[in-house]
Design a binder for this molecule. Structure first.
Ligand code: SF4
Length: 453
């Protein structure tokens, strides 16, 4: 619950007065997808205007900065830094001037052949300013000999592999495109006379936009003033959407890939109760990650749901790393059990995942210290046995506890009385028996090979 990070959120607002303001609020609602940096690039029809910096959305932008971002089109981004580093240069949008004018791009995902493409571009004379795989796209577009930008974008995406939900902004147009597998989400909504495109639908709710549909895997949508958005199916769709979005990353109030995240998380809890029942006094979620699944588990099992652990939402991020001692305090600073409630009780504790195992071990410890008689851990996803190459920041395989230990060994390590994970079949049933999902971090089936080494 503390060790996986979605790398980014993207938003595009088109043909809406004060577009940057709406991009700002949309990014604010998707802050959970990346907290390292934020940026918005707007177009007033003649010029692009860019503001980006390290920090949270509310730290990067103030009234004066938003005022600079004039125009009725904008693209924005929040970043969790991995492919690249955390310097300001690696914040997005990436802005560039080239022979057709000015362009900005924002990207959610991870390109699996970025190193070979970059080597090739450098051999041909390209000079890079950042370590981001996304910068490759700017060079590929600049190099293309096609007359129109949309043809150049198509040329560029035909050269890249991996996961991408991309938005491009030129002076007059906006382009949204999703990779043929549709690893990462991207949805369209209507706002006034214009449109909004965003990683998660919770962005639409905040700004009063009406969800229309998802951009299809392999589809590009072109937004142009005075015209209906134009759809071009660039690639044959071969859906392989990230199932982890439902388990972990997305906000529960979002619809991802057209489905309610909250509802599916409850389904996972119900499945878990059917697969791994246990006689106990109460179902306790690890907040906030286990709440919806715990509600499902409690409903299915008939065992009462109790908020036995309270989360402190105001723990800062800045000072917590220096020593092992402080690191050990990190979980305690965040989570505190209600001793009176759990003393002498047999608990079923629900979380969405175990990554390194260190957090679960500390949770079991603080519950036992608070007097719990038994702690039965139930995890609403299968064991995470492999890293993600498609836009999620996962630890290396050797750091993933399920890649090194069996479930009984992990149970011993975390000190629980029992431990069980939702099966892959149970997970598939929870999302509606739909097979069009990537589950590679659970089953090792990496449909797009990682060529970055
Ligand atoms: S490997 Fe896991 S986290 Fe990555 S896209 Fe596939 S399901 Fe999602």
């Amino acid at each position: 619950m503390f060790s996986l990070n979605e790398k980014c959120a993207v938003v595009g607002v088109y043909d809406v007065p004060e577009a940057a303001k709406y991009a700002y609020f949309s990014l604010f609602s998707m802050q959970h997808r990346g907290q390292e940096a934020a940026g918005i690039c707007s177009s007033d029809g003649e010029r692009l205007h860019l503001v980006k910096n390290r920090g949270l959305v509310t730290q990067v932008f103030d009234k004066a900065k938003l005022k600079k971002l004039t125009g009725d089109a904008a693209v924005g981004h929040t970043r969790y830094s991995t492919a690249g580093d955390d310097s300001i240069l690696d914040a997005q949008p990436i802005f560039a001037r080239y022979d057709l004018g000015q362009i900005a791009v924002v990207h959610n995902g991870n390109l699996t052949n970025s190193k070979e493409v970059r080597r090739e571009l450098i051999r041909e004379g390209a000079i890079f300013q950042t370590f981001m795989d996304t910068e490759n796209l700017i060079h590929l577009i600049a190099k293309s000999q096609k007359e129109h930008l949309y043809d150049r974008i198509i040329d560029a995406v035909k050269r890249i592999e991996g996961a991408y939900s991309l938005l491009f902004l030129s002076r007059k147009k906006m382009f949204a495109i999703r990779d043929p597998h549709g690893f990462r989400p991207l949805s369209i909504a209507k706002l006034g006379d214009g449109y909004v495109v965003a990683s998660e639908t919770c962005a639409f709710d905040l700004i009063g936009a009406t969800y229309l549909r998802d951009i299809k895997p392999g589809e590009m949508v072109v937004f142009e003033k005075g015209k209906e958005p134009r759809s071009i199916q660039v690639f044959e769709p071969t859906p392989h959407k990230c199932i982890f979005e439902f388990i972990y990353f997305a906000r529960p109030d979002s619809y991802i890939f057209g489905k309610s995240v909250y509802k599916l998380r409850k389904n996972m809890g119900r499945e878990l109760a059917r697969e791994f029942p246990v006689d106990a006094d109460m179902v306790v979620p690890v907040p906030d990650s286990g709440v919806a699944a715990a509600l499902g588990y409690a409903e299915e099992s008939g065992i009462p749901f109790e908020l036995g652990i309270i989360r402190n939402h105001y723990v800062g991020r800045t000072f917590i790393e220096p020593t092992q001692e402080i690191r050990d305090l990190k979980v305690k600073m965040k989570l505190n059990p209600i001793s009176e409630l759990i003393k002498g009780k047999r608990l079923i504790v629900i979380d969405d995942s175990i990554v390194r195992g260190t957090t679960s071990k500390k949770i079991v410890q603080i519950l036992k210290d608070a007097g719990a008689k038994e702690v039965h851990m139930r995890i609403s996803s299968p064991p995470t046995t492999g890293p993600c190459y498609y836009g999620v920041d996962t630890p290396e395989e050797k750091e993933l506890i399920s890649a090194r230990m069996s479930t009984p060994e992990i149970k011993e390590y975390i000190g629980a009385d029992s431990l069980a994970y939702l099966s892959i079949e149970g997970l598939i049933r929870s999302v509606g028996n739909d097979q069009s999902y990537c589950k590679a971090c659970f089953d090792g089936n990496y449909i797009v090979p990682n060529k970055n080494g």
